[in-house]
Design a protein around this ligand. Structure first.
Ligand code: PLP
Length: 940
């Protein structure tokens, strides 16, 4: 067992025994029900103590409650990103790209392409994909270009040495001569070879420093020059820099395309800059064109201030814009030009830096080198590339210009059809961008709105284009709303047709809020869904917009963490998913849930009978009970912890943990932080509600305490323990049924439960007199030691420690079901004639056949209460809209009383808090009653 799984196993064991564990001030603290802790457990705790402190320490609370991400990295590092449960089989995803791979995998983008040729790639299952990304413009002739392969195999045939340091390389010489000859008027005299774009940029910066004796570089915001440290220092997106302690050079980074900013920067520091570095069109920054005259102005200012102009043509160069150098369009010659990407013809990594005479220095000449740079194979690929770009009087460049112009016309047409969504088309040649505007979508309900709020829409668009449209393209990672279109330069207009069809389809679906269509590839194409062309559906009312956190008063503040019971509960949140079958919904929601922040889905203000008010929000975690139970304990706690953090940031003083959010966090015990909000599972009031429902049923039936038997199934659970205490006030006979699936030690655990029951009943008797005839009264009357008392009660049959379900249920006039089991194991045949069953478990434990075949049995949906005024909130309510879950009600009660100090996951379950809650419930007007009974059709 690994350390992590040992910790997980221990935490699960603690949860099963109702032991809460917290790490505060560098030490572990636990609260355990009597008898729950044994020496074996203590030893395990001691052995794992430092790891447990590490796992549970308050720092596990994310500093910012968001898992918002962009692959470029806007997501805070401390928030959970990759599920610790993710163990891909694929060695690439496991070892090479565990992080990006995880994100791309969830989005359905992480494909394997075993084959590619020209403009197309093929997936493992044979789907043809049009490559409109071409490795960010590095595949000028598409995949596997025959002539580049020939150039490489010629090297082999000729037995040309690949690497010959300190010798004269024919291949490198020939390529350098061709490069400086590409634009003879520019006056390039020197070429330094590199292995990548970033290395070209590093080289350019060194050249400039050596030539000017200055160190600083002026650069532009959103500029992208590669990810090595030097290149990062002139990059304009902090997201790439922040994690790497790249020195802050932001004072030297000015807005791109802004001539005034350029002038001011030089005026501020006339002798500061060795170089100004610019892309002729910003690529990664979002395909941003500078205004006409910008490059010429940059050239003039550089001349005036003795600064070198570096034009980074790594992406724009070598034909991408329809010219060898993009700057030729403005006839602006740089002192240094960086190239890479396309130079290798799509097969070899190679870069080159071209420079003019004024940049040449001895220092650079003798102090710079790079082992593999200028290798013969790469240079031969480069030579073939230049040949293909320039032969037939530049026919390929003409082709790029005409195809690019046609591309622009078609994209403009699409943009005109989607004016609300498309902000504009930018770039030129075969480097164009579609800038989208998602702000108009913010109010969209449901999953769609959630994905948008997480800034995922651009990635969803890319995923849909790939999976449904067979088009591979990339977003611009730093700007987050631009689709980059950069197909091979050799692409034909016919080949581009599917791009237009797919774009039209994707943009229409986004515009219409067609979640089901956009996420079609998760749902599967084998089922019919309504025609996407039908437009947005308006036949269901959207949930309210997210409440503003400012909506705060001096009143109590609470939040309640909820989760969908099954993936199809997302239906309630997204009208467009109405036709998606439940199993497909699960398939779709599961991978996306890891991207979705806990989200406030409802706001509510409640007023008590005393006039007190409390404001609260429901925070939804996008996981079903099944998801939560399958996660590691660590991940589940992290996810629920994030929801608590969201609640806290939005002003909640007490947070209730609904449903399984309490179960997977040891009733909230693993989330307790000294500086955090008060936490409660709401289990105490749930128990009170269940007991009172039975009490009301007994009153209706005119049953007296002395003759009644109440069975508590799940008596070892938090709710079960509390219900047992209250049941002992209702009935003369109580049957405790622990977890029948843990047969070993059932008797021992039963005796421990009984001992705890006796202690609590004695404590309760000190607060209020037990009703005559009840088990509680018999316990209160006796002063025998607990074990003797229990033995006596067992002998008389007043207290039963049951070891078989059928036997326990057959004798019970009332049954409370309070287990963690997801099975419906209580059948019609189990129940006594005229029995009352209160099912508190979610999912229910009672089998549908009971409602269908046993009209004599009264079925009560447990855990519901009626507040003073109805709170018609679907997410909080059971089937009857005027009732709310008791666990949520408990959270509201603490908020109405603003008595947050009493609230702690375990303390809430103790007698003083239980008694206080019962009193608060009455005072604030929450009627705990025999709530709605199931009818045969509903509920089950
Ligand atoms: N410069 C520009 C303009 C680029 O677009 C890129 C890469 O996208 C680079 C430099 C870095 O190139 P590489 O990824 O080969 O290091």
């Amino acid at each position: 067992m690994t350390q992590d799984s040992a910790i997980d196993a221990l935490l699960l064991e603690l949860a099963a025994r109702q032991i809460s564990l917290t790490a505060e001030n560098g030490d572990l603290h636990f609260r355990a029900p009597k008898g729950a802790m044994d020496s074996a457990l203590r030893t395990r705790l001691r052995r794992l103590k430092p790891h447990l402190i590490d796992r549970l320490a308050p720092k596990t609370a994310p500093a910012r409650a968001s898992k918002q991400f962009s692959i470029g990295g806007t997501r805070p590092d401390h928030a959970p990103l990759v599920s610790p449960d993710w163990q891909p089989d694929d060695p690439f995803l496991r070892h090479v790209e565990p992080y990006k791979g995880y994100l791309l995998d969830r989005l359905g983008i992480a494909k394997t392409f075993p084959r590619a040729m020209g403009s197309h790639l093929w997936t493992e299952d044979g789907q043809q994909v049009l490559d409109c990304l071409s490795q960010y413009g590095s595949l000028p002739f598409g995949h596997n270009p025959a002539r580049i392969w020939e150039a490489l195999s010629d090297c082999r045939k000729m037995e040309e040495p690949a690497f010959t340091a300190n010798a004269v390389s024919d291949a490198a010489g020939a390529l350098a001569a061709k490069l400086v000859g590409l634009w003879p008027e520019a006056g390039f005299v020197g070429v330094t070879f590199t292995n990548s774009g970033a290395e070209s940029v590093e080289t350019a910066l060194k050249l400039a420093r050596a030539a000017t004796g200055r160190a600083a570089t002026l650069s532009t915001k959103r500029g992208f020059h590669g990810l090595t440290l030097g290149a990062l220092s002139v990059g304009g997106s902090p997201v790439y820099r922040d994690a790497f302690q790249v020195p802050d050079t932001s004072q030297d980074c000015i807005p791109y395309g802004d001539i005034t900013a350029l002038e001011q920067a030089f005026e501020r520091a006339p002798e500061r800059y060795a170089a100004l570095i610019l892309e002729p069109i910003q690529g990664e920054g979002g395909i941003i064109d500078p205004p006409p005259g910008y490059l010429a102005c940059a050239r003039a200012l550089c001349d005036a201030y003795g600064t070198l102009l570096i034009l980074d043509e790594v992406q724009t160069g070598l034909g991408r814009t329809g010219a060898i150098f993009a700057a030729q369009a403005e006839n602006v010659v740089a002192d240094v030009v960086t190239l890479a990407k396309a130079l290798g013809g799509g097969l070899m990594p190679i870069g080159a830096v071209l420079y003019r005479e004024n940049v040449r220095t001895v220092a650079f000449g003798v102090r710079h080198s790079s082992t593999f740079a200028g290798g013969a194979l790469a240079c031969r690929a480069g030579l073939a590339t230049l040949e293909m770009l320039t032969e037939n009087e530049g026919a390929l460049l003409d082709h790029v210009r005409t195809t690019g112009a046609r591309l622009r016309v078609r994209l403009d047409e699409i943009a005109a059809r989607h004016p609300d969504l498309v902000e504009g088309i930018t770039g030129r040649g075969l480097m164009q961008g579609i800038r989208l505007r998602f702000d108009t979508l913010w109010q969209r309900p449901g999953l769609f709105g959630l994905l948008h709020a997480q800034k995922l829409m651009i990635h969803i668009a890319v995923s849909h284009l790939l999976n449904s449209g067979g088009i591979r393209l990339a977003p611009s990672f730093s700007s987050g709303n631009v689709l980059r279109i950069q197909p091979p330069l050799t692409i034909t207009e016919d080949e581009l047709e599917p791009l237009y069809t797919a774009l039209e389809d994707t943009l229409s679906a986004i515009e219409a809020g067609r979640t089901s269509h956009l996420l079609r590839h998760y749902i599967g194409t084998d089922i019919d869904l309504p025609d996407p062309a039908r437009g947005a559906r308006t036949d269901r009312s959207p949930p309210r917009p997210h409440p503003a956190p400012e909506h705060t008063t001096d009143n109590g503040r609470f939040a309640f963490v909820i989760h969908p019971l099954e993936a199809s509960d997302f239906l309630r949140l997204d009208p467009d998913l109405a036709d998606v079958p439940a199993d497909r919904m699960a398939r779709m929601v599961a991978p996306l849930a890891d991207y979705i922040d806990p989200v406030p889905v409802e706001a509510l203000e409640i007023t008590s009978a005393t006039g007190a008010k409390a404001y609260g929000e429901l925070i939804m975690v996008p996981y079903t009970p099944e998801d939560l139970m399958q996660m590691s304990v660590a991940k589940a706690a992290e996810e629920i912890g994030l929801a608590v953090r969201v609640a806290e940031e939005r002003g909640a003083k007490v947070v209730g943990l609904g449903g399984f959010s309490s179960i997977v966090t040891q009733g909230g015990g693993s989330l307790v932080r000294p500086d955090g909000p008060a936490l409660t599972s709401g289990n105490a009031f749930t128990s009170i509600a269940a007991a009172h429902a039975i009490r009301d049923a007994f009153r209706t039936d005119g049953r007296s305490c002395d003759t009644a038997s109440v069975a508590v199934v799940g008596a070892a659970g938090m709710v079960g323990r509390a219900v047992s205490v209250l049941a002992a006030e209702l009935a003369g006979r109580v049957i405790l049924m622990g977890n029948p699936n843990r047969a070993q030690g059932l008797r021992r655990r039963g005796l421990e439960l009984a001992a705890e029951l006796v202690t609590k009943l004695r404590e309760l008797a000190a607060l209020r007199p037990p009703p005559p005839g009840s088990l509680a009264a018999r316990v209160a009357k006796s002063d025998r030691p607990a074990d003797a008392l229990i033995a006596g009660l067992e002998a008389e049959g007043a207290l039963v420690i049951a070891d078989d379900l059928a036997g326990a249920l057959a004798e019970a006039d009332a049954v409370v079901l309070a287990t963690n089991s997801t099975d419906r194991f209580v059948r019609a045949a189990h129940l006594k004639t005229g029995a009352t069953v209160c099912d508190v478990s979610r999912p229910f434990n009672i089998h549908p056949d009971v409602a269908q075949t046993r009209s004599d049995v009264r079925l009560i949906e447990g855990g519901l209460v009626r507040p003073l005024s109805p709170l018609p909130h679907a997410s909080l309510a059971g089937p009857a809209q005027d009732l709310i879950f008791a666990c949520a009600a408990e959270t509201m009660l603490w908020a109405l009383d603003q008595s947050y100090d009493m609230v702690h996951p375990m303390a809430c379950m103790e007698i003083p808090a239980m008694a206080r809650l019962e009193e608060m419930g009455q005072r604030h007007g929450f009627r705990v009653e025999a709530s709605k009974s199931f009818d045969a059709a509903g509920g089950f």
